[in-house]
Design a protein around this ligand. Structure first.
Ligand code: HEM
Length: 413
């Protein structure tokens, strides 16, 4: 299986859905717990079966999020260590934490993200969705939905949650895209503001430090106020952890949702029968949103590191080994889903793991579902016809991916 070794590491694989599906289908069939070795990376195991990813994620004491959380080259890890004084990650947010800190930090915002709490934001989100759709309509019948429309709604939602003023939208948009899309040549070419990921993080850090200081003086109903007042073990949350929390919410909730919205529209264009069913029966929306998220699986992986020797599907994982949890593969697993390559808005018992699983399960999952449902309810109310006006293109990214170009032609009702 040597050809697949390089492909799983290459951002280009994730920019080509057919190549990605072919690679993962082959791995699931021939070597679902596959050892990847390459001179530019520390070795790891690629975990491609749904049941195996659940088995790993449900044992957080055996498989840690730190110290290796994402796929990074050895050179990147060395640069990060130099910048942080020894830590291979630049930030210290939930996704880089394990017990006991993880639960303490997660508890700070957990209640805020629960369905009952976020329901009060429904009308505000609807207003934001209508505004973005009005801007789309003003483009006069054609647009690049992935670049011109999809990113603006989640970024406005996130800014509302955090308490960032609307005038700072371009800054937040560019910074979040640089953090997640940084492998893609188009993103590299557009990199005007900052020269490297470490610089991007520093711009964010300065910005959010000022926002926290402001909320200490002027509290409001937002996450910035919650972070400003938060205490861990009886002391105010430290600066680095507070900035990391902001960056996590700003980035985790942005490209993921934007990619799911754009990928969802492409799925509807390619499956007009499913679009007709949604137009006829709005009660299908909650399930349709989950099918879109499964279909797109924008988070390509997270890593875990074993604390002890462990046998997984007949392979011996040694203490200290790391594992790449390949979510897009799990969400096409023939043993977990009936007809996994079909897009079905009424897929029964759609227990996908695009939001992860276990104690790190996506904190913004209910928010993402509500956001997407509201956006699509408003879009389908306004749009009469939509079709492709050119070839779609996907981001070359091993981390969070999805469409970067989706040229469409549309008529508003
Ligand atoms: C379709 C959209 C989204 C997808 C596919 C997604 C996916 C994920 C995944 C796969 C994880 C890691 C889970 C694990 O390790 O098991 C995660 C964690 C997280 N997500 Fe999301 N996410 C989405 C939207 C959001 C939104 C809108 C927010 C916030 C506004 C958010 C905030 C977070 C946070 C804070 C974590 C860290 C949780 C922890 O480590 O305890 N996400 N997400």
């Amino acid at each position: 299986m040597t050809a697949s070794v390089d492909a799983i590491l290459s951002p280009d694989t994730y920019a080509d859905p057919d190549a990605m599906d072919a690679l993962f289908t082959r791995l699931r069939r021939d070597d679902p717990v596959h050892r990847v070795e390459h001179p530019e990376y520390r070795p790891f195991w690629a975990i491609t079966k749904f049941a195996d990813i659940q088995e790993v994620e449900r044992q957080p004491e055996a498989f840690l999020n730190a110290p290796r959380t994402f796929l990074r080259t050895l050179a990147y890890e060395e640069r990060a260590r130099a910048a942080t004084g020894g830590n291979p990650a630049l930030l210290r947010s939930l996704v880089f934490m394990d017990a006991p800190d993880h639960a303490k930090y997660r508890k700070l915002t957990q209640a805020w993200f629960m369905p009952g709490r976020i329901r009060v934001l429904e009308e505000e989100l609807r207003t934001l969705a209508k505004e973005v759709i009005d801007e789309m309509a003003a483009r006069g019948g054609t647009c690049d939905f992935a670049a011109d429309v999809a990113p603006y709604y989640p970024v406005r939602v996130i800014m509302r949650l955090l308490g960032v003023p609307r005038s700072d939208e371009p800054l937040i948009l560019q910074l979040t895209q640089e953090i997640f899309g940084s492998d893609d040549p188009d993103v590299q070419a557009a990199r005007t503001m900052t020269a490297s990921l470490a610089d991007t993080v520093k711009v964010f850090a300065d910005y959010f430090r000022d926002l926290t200081a402001d909320r200490r003086r002027h509290p409001a109903d937002d996450l910035a106020t919650l972070f400003a007042q938060a205490e861990i073990d009886g002391r105010p949350m430290a600066d680095h952890e507070s900035v990391s929390y902001y960056i996590l919410v700003a980035t985790a909730g942005h490209d993921t949702t934007s990619s799911s919205i754009a990928g969802g529209l492409l799925a509807l264009i390619k499956h007009p029968g499913e679009l007709q069913r949604l137009r006829a029966d709005a009660s299908l929306w909650p399930g349709a949103v989950d099918e879109m998220v499964r279909w797109v699986s924008p988070v390509r992986h997270f890593f875990r590191t074993a604390t002890k020797d462990y046998d997984l599907r007949g392979k011996r994982i040694a203490a200290g080994d790391s594992l790449m949890l390949c979510y897009p593969s799990a969400n096409r697993d023939e043993e977990a889903f009936e007809d996994p390559f079909a897009f079905r808005v009424d897929r029964p018992a759609n227990r996908h793991i695009a939001f992860g699983y276990g104690p790190h399960l996506c904190l913004g999952m209910h928010m993402a579902r509500m956001e997407m449902r509201i956006f699509y309810e408003e879009l389908l109310r306004r749009i009469a016809d939509v079709e492709l006006a050119g070839d779609p293109a996907w981001l070359a990214s091993t981390n969070v991916g999805g469409l970067k170009r989706l040229p469409i032609r549309f008529t508003m009702a």
